[in-house]
Design a protein around this ligand. Structure first.
Ligand SMILES: Nc1ncnc2c1ncn2[C@@H]1O[C@H](COP(=O)(O)OP(=O)(O)O)[C@@H](O)[C@H]1O
Ligand SMILES: [Mg+2]
Length: 339
């Protein structure tokens, strides 16, 4: 090496030999590294590690693994890892209805649980400021979310679906007095929280089609909306209003779910149709939107829900209609991703 000063030798090394280091880093982190370069002649290496989508406890070990592997190389004396995380755009699935009491929250909770069981990294937001009921449905009443910095940490539950609810951040009864700006701010906190690995949020919206709903939809731009209706004509008129609200805000409709469709007799198991059958499906067809399925009126659904056990969480046949709806929603989300 006579005649070559060390720094020149190093420069030559830098130009030809960072490739093996970069590919080592790529292999080790599943392609999360970029910008690998030496900062000086002394072997100080800089590298960018993208930790987007990784939960807090997964980040540090990955960084250490990367650092150790690079330090093990002769040409590397120290490593500076810059961790970055893209501010992830959460995919929001809004669950809406034209009026209350149609089973919107029941559907939202079971849809989230069923999506989780299909492997979707899903969280649940209870944005129904008028009647937050998801803490009850998900058996996490009385658990307040903690704050980390300026952000809320979603509350875990037995069903694997972290959740935030207006019911958790307001005293009972207080929620009802919330008006536009305050409601908007509260919802902001629920959506812009420390969701960790969650990439998809099911949001239980307030029933109805007023300004509060429109503001929420415009601000949080759901990827799509699921509309819940009961079979009666009047409820379907409300559903049509909800659909036009979403269309007004350019939110695609994933489809319509008919809840309390037919009555499942607890004695004989037979399903009868006090409100007629097929009305919602026909109405969906007329409005040009997909029909996602019907959930029967079943005492088991109400009892399980009141008891904090979403039917979709178990093996009870009562959960099946929710799994069928979730399969269609998951397909819709996959197709959207592929676009
Ligand atoms: N398919 C169903 N069968 C039986 N009870 C149901 C069904 N869907 C909802 N319920 C019950 O109806 C009530 C209202 O449902 P909920 O989901 O709170 O409606 P919303 O959120 O639209 O106001 C709850 O007591 C719930 O358990
Ligand atoms: Mg509700």
């Amino acid at each position: 090496m006579a005649g070559i000063r060390p720094s020149q030798a190093y420069l030559a090394l830098d130009m030809t030999d960072t490739a093996p280091l970069a590919s080592l880093a790529t292999d080790l982190t599943g392609g999360r590294t970029s910008g690998l370069r030496f900062l000086d002649d002394a072997g100080t290496l800089a590298i960018v590690l993208d930790v987007t989508g990784l939960a807090e406890p997964e980040r540090k070990p990955l960084e250490e693994k990367l650092r150790d592997a690079l330090l093990a190389r002769d040409e590397v004396t120290s490593v500076r890892v810059a961790m970055t995380a893209e501010k992830k755009a959460l995919t929001i699935v809004a669950v809406g209805s034209g009026k209350g009491g149609v089973g919107k929250s029941t559907l939202a909770a079971n849809l989230a649980v069923a999506l989780h069981r299909r492997g979707v990294k899903v969280g649940l937001v209870d944005a129904d400021i008028y009647g937050p009921s998801l803490p009850r449905l998900m058996d996490s009443e009385g658990t307040k979310p903690e704050a980390q910095g300026s952000k809320l940490v979603p509350v875990p539950n037995a069903y694997g679906v972290p959740m935030l609810s207006t019911g958790q951040i307001a005293a009972p009864g207080q929620a009802i007095a919330w008006r536009g700006p305050m409601a908007g701010k509260a919802l902001e906190q629920l959506v812009d929280a420390r969701w960790g690995a969650v990439d998809t949020l099911v949001v239980d919206l307030p029933p109805g089609t007023g300004d509060v709903q429109l503001t929420m939809i415009q601000r949080h731009k759901p990827a799509g909306a699921v509309i819940v209706s009961t079979p009666q004509d009047l409820a379907l008129i409300d559903a049509a209003r909800a659909i036009s609200l979403f269309e007004q805000a350019d939110v695609p409709i994933i489809g319509l779910v008919e809840n309390m469709a037919g009555y499942a007799c607890p004695h004989c198991g037979g399903v009868s149709d006090p409100f007629g059958r097929g009305g919602a499906e026909a109405a969906a067809g007329e409005m040009g939107i997909a029909f996602l399925g019907r959930v029967p009126l079943a005492i088991g659904i109400r009892l399980a829900s009141d008891g904090g056990v979403p039917p979709a969480a178990g093996t009870d046949p009562a959960g099946e209609p929710f799994h069928a709806v979730a399969a269609k929603v998951a397909d819709w989300l996959d197709a959207r991703k592929a676009r």
